[in-house]
Design a protein around this ligand. Sequence first.
Ligand code: SF4
Length: 252
Amino acid sequence: MKEEIGDIYPLSKKISRFAGEAIRDYSMIREGDGILIGLSGGKDSLLLSLVLAMLKKRSPVKFRLGACLIDQSGGLMQTDETAAYMDRLEIPLKIIRHPMYGIIKEREERSPCSLCANIRRGMLAGEALAQGCGVIALGHHKDDAAETVLMNLFFGGRFKCFHPHLYMSRTGVRVIRPLIYIEERRIAAEAKRLCLPVCSSCCPYGEDSKRKEAKNTLRLLEKEAPELKSNIVHALRNLRGSESWPAGMMKE
Ligand code: SF4
């Protein structure tokens, strides 16, 4: 007899509840949606895949799932375990081999992470459209949001953050972030508890130094204000797009 996903990977009730709240608060998923998961092979996107696979099984709202993994090393990434995991979740996976790191090196790019993120975002939107998906799901969590707010404030002189539910007017694709209410440490602990097949990053550029500084600053500030990350994420709810956009969605 075939084992159920929930028996193989018994997702914690808390993770499921937090993700469910975010999906509901921002009206992220609609009847008939085609959702493409942006998979990196890391803990966040693997857990996101499990959350959505479980939701798909029990939600009265019907939607379909696919996933796309962009191997930015152009073919060096070991993807067998990731592919087997997605197979268990019954999510069709497309792997695209792209020479991103080579391009960054050749161009002697000063901000590798922003070039990398821009190219990846364009590729994901293209793949979503090719697969007839109107939605891209990303694994950004509460810490990512808080760090991005601080980075933009400290180094960019602006109040800015990605939104949990964004409409990209150029492509007509919506971007959703169902893990936005969940802290990174909780995701890491859950991925470890469930023995998810997390790939270690083979990126030669490492984490953005500004993000590292924002992370450290956040850690210091949290000693005085333990609710800081939650408050920042809560503040995102007050950002409103054009009046003509449905509640919970922001237009790019
Ligand atoms: S750390 Fe590497 S993979 Fe991540 S955004 Fe930067 S260049 Fe891209």
